[in-house]
Design a protein around this ligand. Structure first.
Ligand code: ZN
Length: 599
């Protein structure tokens, strides 16, 4: 047996059935637990706080030792127990992988994308042992290549050359889970920032994409972030775990998302968001700006959450929910800096940055849920509330992303104003990096405690922000942004997005017709007894098949006018008299005084 003296856990990953979306894994444990080896698969993936039960995609699993079967039984939802054996213990299992998301795995003839949390069984008791993964090229696609930040297993007999099939390695199981892999023939470009290699990988097809423009913009964003955290040394954080940073981008028809990893990120972006060569001289579109914001967001996580962590995540508990009140720092601050650093990097104008900020403001202020839930509690309940949103969520919860970003903006302005511009939130980020993030990877796990933020801010910039945190982070008060922005020469105003009177609902144009998605609390529809799920038929006996017809119709009404609404609820025709409300003041406008003085 070639593996019997090796202490590493070895996995061989192959794809005999790309068309059936199946991943085959053969795994060897040289020295299994003599009491009976326990294996497990994570129930969730770090960065996405929902129990997903990845184990349900394992179709078959068999255990053998020296070619003899070993009994293997499921224990609970995420674990298996093998009968005692002398070893080596081998497992063969098949995973069904057909989910277009950054959180799981997806395999077909175009490409294979995998997260370790969906593919690699953990070996209880040997989580700290080196792990080796050998990728085998699909027989039908020998031309495919391998894109991952996972290091090549240089000492291994089957060691991969970079981008080739063969053996890759991770120092422990936690690391193995944190390097997603893309196999295929994507479009690739690369660049160096402060001596560190970065790869930008896009799945095909992406016709006429302006790769050069994207490379230039992303490079500036990465450099700006390294300069923020390490203004003197320009030290790149991920070189502790890899020789490169890989942006794995799955280009889709309409899906959008991103997930951070220690030395890479998995992104999904609609094809039409990427700039083409024909648009070379055109200004940055909103869609491209949102792509750059996503890139910036995930890269910022390289520091903020992958290395600076809540104590609650050091280490992760991967079979159960892992609660923390601090996602307003790890997602909120990251959401504040993502767009800000795209602007600071010079990839978009100040006006384009303020436009994004206006959208975030509008998102936070649209729902009354912000008066019921604080961002600290939204963080804690992410597992059952933020990640399980329903029709009532705008009335019931607040987002630790968007309100967290505004809380970071407020904190930044407060620190700048209280220190006469000597300090800013940047100093807080650097302090957390120097005192927590760096230490974590030098073998001293030092996560941020649940109540540590006021002391950290005070230590970093000498400002006592405990009242601010009590009111706006643990409390539900609206942030004092109008006053804080005013002192920066920015006036914050609210106006109506459109002038038509309103039902105060969110609508979907569905196959069944115009359906109510959300009824805003205390709005016109709520007061008249309309509900989420109701399919609107007519207003004042005129048919409303879609949103644009409804808008036209309402724009001919007066605010405060009573209208007759017909709708179906659960297949039964109903009617209500609805007193319309004036158009809501739901559009935030940031007027930049420094702009107007130049005009
Ligand atoms: Zn994030």
């Amino acid at each position: 047996m070639t593996h019997s003296h090796s202490p590493a856990i070895e996995y061989v990953v192959s794809f005999p059935d790309l068309a059936g979306h199946r991943i085959h894994v053969e795994m060897t444990i040289a020295h299994p637990d003599p009491q009976g080896q326990v294996l497990f698969l994570p129930a969730w993936i770090p960065g996405s706080y929902l129990i997903r039960d990845f184990s349900r995609q394992i179709e078959t699993i068999q255990a053998t030792s020296n070619d003899r079967p070993v009994d293997i039984q499921k224990r609970g939802d995420h674990e298996w127990v093998c009968a005692p054996c002398a070893g080596p213990l081998q497992l063969k299992y098949v995973i069904y992988a057909w989910d277009l998301s950054v959180r799981t795995a997806r395999v077909d003839e175009n490409y294979a994308f995998l997260n370790g949390t969906s593919v690699f069984l953990g070996v209880r008791g040997q989580e700290d042992v080196p792990q080796v993964v050998c990728f085998e090229a699909p027989q039908t696609h020998p031309e495919w290549r391998v894109y991952t930040s996972l290091p090549c297993a240089q000492e291994h007999p089957q060691a991969a050359q970079r981008h080739q099939f063969g053996a890759y390695t991770a120092p422990d199981y936690d690391a193995l889970l944190d390097h997603p892999v893309l196999l295929g023939q994507p479009l690739v470009t690369e660049f160096e920032v402060y001596g560190a290699r970065h790869e930008l990988v896009f799945t095909q097809p992406v016709p006429d994409i302006d790769l050069e423009r994207i490379r230039r913009d992303v490079e500036k964003i990465c450099a700006t972030q390294i300069e923020l955290f390490e203004p003197d040394t320009r030290e790149v954080p991920f070189l502790d775990s890899a020789d490169r940073y890989t942006f794995i981008t799955m280009v889709t028809e309409n899906s959008y998302g991103g997930l951070e990893h220690r030395s890479s990120t998995a992104l999904m972006i609609p094809r039409h968001h990427l700039p083409t060569r024909a648009q070379a001289d055109a200004p940055v579109t909103k869609e491209y700006q949102s792509f750059l914001g996503l890139v910036s967001h995930e890269y910022f996580h390289t520091w903020n959450v992958k290395r600076i962590k809540p104590a609650a995540f050091s280490p992760y508990q991967l079979l159960v929910p892992n609660h923390t009140h601090l996602l307003w720092v790890f997602e909120g601050f990251t959401s504040y800096y993502d767009d800000l650093l795209v602007w600071r990097a010079g990839a978009v104008t100040r006006r384009a940055y303020l436009d994004r900020l206006e959208q975030i403001m509008a998102h936070v202020y649209r729902g009354s849920g912000r008066f019921k839930q604080s961002i600290a509690h939204s963080s804690y309940d992410a597992w059952t509330r933020f990640y399980k949103q329903d029709e009532n969520s705008p009335n019931a919860i607040v987002s630790y992303y968007t309100k967290g970003a505004l809380a970071a903006l407020g904190l930044d302005l407060l620190i700048q104003q209280r220190t006469d511009g000597q300090h800013s939130l940047d100093d807080v980020m650097r302090y957390m990096w120097q005192h927590y993030g760096k230490h974590y990877y030098r073998g001293q796990p030092k996560g941020i405690g649940e109540d540590d933020m006021p002391a950290i801010i005070e230590a970093a910039v000498g400002v006592d922000c405990s009242d601010y945190i009590e009111h706006y982070v643990y409390g539900c008060a609206d942030l004092p942004l109008p006053e804080l922005l005013k002192q920066q020469g920015i006036e914050m105003r609210w106006q109506a997005q459109n002038t038509a009177p309103s039902l105060n609902v969110l609508l979907d144009d569905g196959p069944a017709g115009l359906t109510i998605r959300t009824v805003y609390e205390q709005g016109a529809a709520h007061r008249a007894g309309l509900s989420a799920g109701d399919t609107l038929i007519a207003i004042n006996q005129l048919r409303v098949p879609d949103q644009s017809t409804l808008k036209q119709l309402l724009s001919r009404c007066q605010a405060d006018q009573e209208v007759l609404v017909h709708f179906f609820r659960d297949g039964v025709l109903q009617e209500r008299r609805v007193r319309l409300f004036p158009a809501p003041q739901d559009k935030c406008v940031l007027i930049d005084k420094s702009e107007s003085t130049h005009e």
